[in-house]
Design a protein around this ligand. Structure first.
Ligand code: FES
Length: 501
């Protein structure tokens, strides 16, 4: 984007929530502009497995325990409506995204899980959802039974997003890629600043996974959860359905065809983003499951992703903060952003078009969670004091500092593909050695609240252990709550000597 612009609605974020809202608003006669910091499909939506379903493991038991069956029912109806909305958009816009109808299963291998599935099936049926208990589960290993939702779906999420973007762009509406938002000011009009121009809009929707700058303090109402996926060569027999286990370790399973090759995706090994661990070991466990239980071949791709998990279990859709008038947010989509994001988008499209939406109150950002219910699984708020931020030291010199001897030693041991944090001239500095062994240095102080980032060798990212912000090796924000990049630091000179092997 290289111009100033006036529109009815500016949408920040080109994932499923932002693009779905943009298209619904365009269809309602609004002029919209979508501002995506990177390329369409490179964010969280593009890293999903592609399950489109209102069956979210055992979500109805969980929500009914916390909020009562009425709220659980609203969550289910909103997600079921999202399944049908996606199907309708695929058909009406002619989006070629490998969309196909499948049944979705939550399966049990233990007696305890079986009992929980029976309860969930009965509850979901009472809530009006397409729920069936079955002992006929089309998996290549024995299970005790499953809860099945029929007429669900799966698709290629990136292809769907690209189709949405094509449908939004044109006739006075715009989709801008590589357009990072640097500031949002509420008002009439609201103003969105980007590196290339200013967008003035009657309303703004922040649909960037985690709201930039976090004025609504969602970091205290949500936590980030990281999970891992491997794509392995699929066995010849096609998996007829999509699956998730109740028993731990949780496994999420589905098969996809990409460019003439069939893969089976196995997801799991999740943990809070604030916890560290051996990512390589997690990937190996998923690969072993795919090989031993699903008969899969070699693993071709693997990746991790982070989802925003609301502590009370319900997504947040509404005004960005208690004082916001024209800035709105969609966040906290759990691990089911394809349907929760679509539902959130439709809620805001209705709200901004002056229409009543039956689920808006349940997802509203101004809700106060019932005391004592947020922590059913031992979850608790994670304020910044969980890991104290450090004070960012003031700049002291224009001259590049030389690393102390201990840092010299750390840098000397840095192999290609590795990263480490060293203190150089009083600055915590994140240093990464690229494949050629060349060093790249950025500040190691997270731009959200000042914690020290850590290197993630599997994804080649700098990850913040406090609230889960992620930065690319060059310091660019991949995922908030941080809104600003890690600034460049003077490049330390590598000590003389050969590169470590
Ligand atoms: Fe909050 Fe880094 S300090 S994400």
């Amino acid at each position: 984007m290289e111009t100033d612009l006036d529109v009815d609605v500016a949408v920040i974020g080109g994932g499923i929530a932002g693009l779905t809202a943009a298209l619904a608003l365009k269809c309602a006669g609004h002029k919209v502009a979508v501002l995506e910091a990177a390329r369409i499909g490179t964010g969280v939506t593009g890293h999903t497995t592609g399950k489109i379903t209102s069956l979210h493991r055992l979500v109805y038991t969980e929500l009914a325990d916390r909020h009562g069956p009425k709220v659980a029912g609203s969550y289910g109806q909103a997600n079921q409506a999202a399944v049908e909305h996606i199907a309708r958009v695929v058909a009406e816009e002619g989006i070629d995204c490998d969309f196909r109808r499948v049944s979705n299963y939550t399966y049990a291998e233990s007696d305890d899980a079986l009992a929980r599935i029976r309860d969930e099936a009965a509850l979901a049926g009472r809530l009006g959802l397409p729920s069936t208990f079955t002992s006929d589960v089309p998996l290549p290993f024995a299970v005790r039974g499953a809860l099945r939702f029929d007429h669900q779906a799966q698709f290629h999420a990136v292809k769907y997003l690209q189709g949405l973007a094509r449908a939004v762009d044109g006739s006075g509406c715009h989709v801008f890629e590589d357009t990072r938002v640097t500031a949002v000011r509420d008002g009439a009009p609201a103003v969105v600043e980007t590196g290339g121009g200013t967008v003035r809009a009657r309303e703004v929707i922040v649909a960037a996974n985690f709201p930039i700058g976090d004025p609504g303090l969602f970091a205290e109402r949500c936590y980030l959860h990281r999970s891992y996926i491997v794509a392995s060569q699929a066995p010849s027999a096609r998996l007829d359905g999509t699956f998730i286990s109740v028993d731990e370790p949780m496994r999420s399973i589905l098969a996809i065809d990409v460019d003439g090759s069939r893969y089976v995706l196995t997801g799991g090994e999740g943990h809070r983003a604030t916890e560290t661990g051996d990512a390589a070991l997690r990937y190996r466990r998923l690969e072993a499951f795919a090989r031993e239980r699903l008969g899969a071949g070699v693993t071709s791709f693997r990746w991790s992703t982070q989802d925003v998990m609301p502590l009370d279990g319900l997504p947040y859709v509404g005004t960005l903060s208690p004082t916001a008038a024209h800035v709105h947010v969609i966040t906290g989509l759990r691990k089911w952003g394809l349907t929760n994001g679509t539902a959130g988008a439709l809620i805001l499209a209705d709200t901004l078009s002056g229409r009543h939406n039956p689920w808006a109150a349940v997802f509203d950002t101004s809700r106060i969670s019932p005391a004592g219910r947020a922590g059913r699984e031992g979850q608790r708020l994670e304020p910044a004091e969980a890991a104290q931020p450090e004070t960012v030291p003031a700049e002291t010199s224009e001259q590049p500092e030389q690393p102390a001897q201990t840092e010299q030693t750390a840098l000397a041991g840095l192999r290609p593909g590795e990263g480490t944090v060293v203190e150089i001239g009083g600055h915590k500095t994140a240093v990464y050695a690229d494949d050629a062994g060349d060093l790249h240095a950025v500040s190691a102080i997270c731009t959200h609240l000042g914690c020290t980032v850590e290197f993630n060798a599997d994804d080649v990212t700098w990850d913040c252990p406090c609230h889960g912000s992620r930065f690319a090796a060059d310091g660019a924000v991949i995922q908030g709550p941080a809104a600003e990049d890690l600034g460049p630091r003077p490049l330390p000179s590598r000590p003389a000597g050969p590169l470590p092997g």
